[in-house]
Design a protein around this ligand. Structure first.
Ligand code: ADE
Length: 358
């Protein structure tokens, strides 16, 4: 969970480089401490590059325009989106000294995520700080390597960019795209559940991002509200590729955390493929509409039982077409699950698709 806005960062046990505890003051050209409002964040993210400087475009097949062409002499940025680093920037050797560190954005098992700004370009990013000792203790170094390898090569508007990484004696740092509207699960907690329109918008964006991943044989395997962030316009961004792999795969790492989003074939330890993400999409769709995942139970054993039996029940307010899509995703047999192409063509999706205004 992220700390409250404005909170001063706790000192991190730093052996070298700048202290991440430094809360930087607004108006000093350093990273702001308050939570940016949407206007703020848009302004904040715009790159104040030096006049006349033109950043090279990133080799991107989709997603926002990553170039920041600055009109000579004006210092103004002409392009629409300035939240991404240039390709030169993504190839650079980084150190902690290159960044001003701001408020914490979120807490993770192996460290925290901070708002940060690259000093020379003023790019605003999210810096994920992971402690090597904790990664080693949990034996997940291979997962981190895979996360970096996979996420840094993906380019899709609904997938959080990983621009690069660096490390020092005790920590690994991931330079991530900053998602100004934060964590989706907080929105879900605040609203209890989402209406059909909002659910469909998110499911449509997720399906599109997963279709892209699957076309590259990448399976995410950990689609849940905690791993979803919201961009500047409320657009969904898949984050945290720590469990992702290339299909097909068998699970060798011990499962930890909730079983709620896992398909039968994964909890049963079977060989699985990209169809695991279809199951999780069904679980997520249910949770958006109902406010809790479909197989929730008191104990892990009971959740396990409900998943393997596909014990699916809907509250009365879930519409027939909504039930139809969810039931077609939550099939025990992976080959019976509706494909992502067909999800995007499903009448319930097509009929309810409209932009989120709030
Ligand atoms: N919380 C965790 N990661 C984040 C990110 N990249 N942007 C915004 N909030 C976050």
């Amino acid at each position: 969970m992220a700390a409250e806005p404005g909170r001063v960062l706790k000192p991190v046990n730093s052996s070298s480089g700048p202290d991440l505890a430094t809360a930087v003051k607004p108006g000093t050209g350093r990273v702001q401490e308050k939570t940016p409002t949407s206007t703020d964040s848009a302004r904040y993210q715009r790159m104040a590059a030096e006049p006349g400087r033109v950043l090279k475009p990133v080799n991107s097949s989709s997603g926002p325009d990553l170039t920041a062409a600055v009109k000579p002499g004006t210092g103004r940025v002409q392009a629409k989106e300035k939240t991404h680093m240039s390709s030169e920037a993504t190839r650079k050797k980084w150190t902690l000294e290159d960044f001003d560190i701001g408020r914490p954005l979120g807490k993770g098992k192996f460290g925290n995520v901070y708002l940060a700004r690259e000093k020379s370009t003023k790019y605003v990013v999210a810096l994920k700080v992971l402690f090597k000792s904790q990664l080693q203790k949990a034996g997940v170094e291979h997962q981190l390597r895979r996360e970096i390898e996979i996420q840094s090569h993906l380019r899709h508007p609904n997938i959080l960019r990983l621009f690069g990484y660096f490390h020092d004696k005790s920590r690994v740092y991931l330079i991530l795209e900053y998602a100004p509207k934060g964590e989706l699960y907080k929105e879900l907690m605040k609203n209890k559940r989402f209406d059909e329109n909002r659910t469909v918008t998110y499911i449509n964006q997720l399906a599109s991002a997963l279709l892209y991943c699957h076309s590259k044989k990448v399976i995410h395997r950990d689609i849940k509200p905690e791993n979803l962030l919201l961009g500047h316009t409320g657009d969904l961004k898949i984050a945290d590729f720590g469990w992702s792999v290339h299909a097909p795969s068998s699970r060798r790492t011990t499962l930890c955390g909730t079983l709620d989003y896992l398909p039968p074939e994964m909890i049963e330890g079977k060989l699985h493929d990209e169809k695991v993400d279809l199951w999780s999409l069904g679980v997520l769709c249910y949770e958006f509409l109902v406010g809790k995942p479909p197989f929730e139970a008191e104990t892990n054993t009971d959740t396990y039982r409900r998943i393997t039996k596909v014990d699916l029940q809907f509250p009365p307010y879930v519409s027939e077409p909504g039930r139809n899509l969810i039931s077609n995703l939550l099939r025990h047999d992976p080959n019976q699950r509706i494909s992502l192409d067909k999800v995007l063509e499903h009448p319930w999706i097509k009929d309810n698709l409209s932009p989120i205004t709030s």
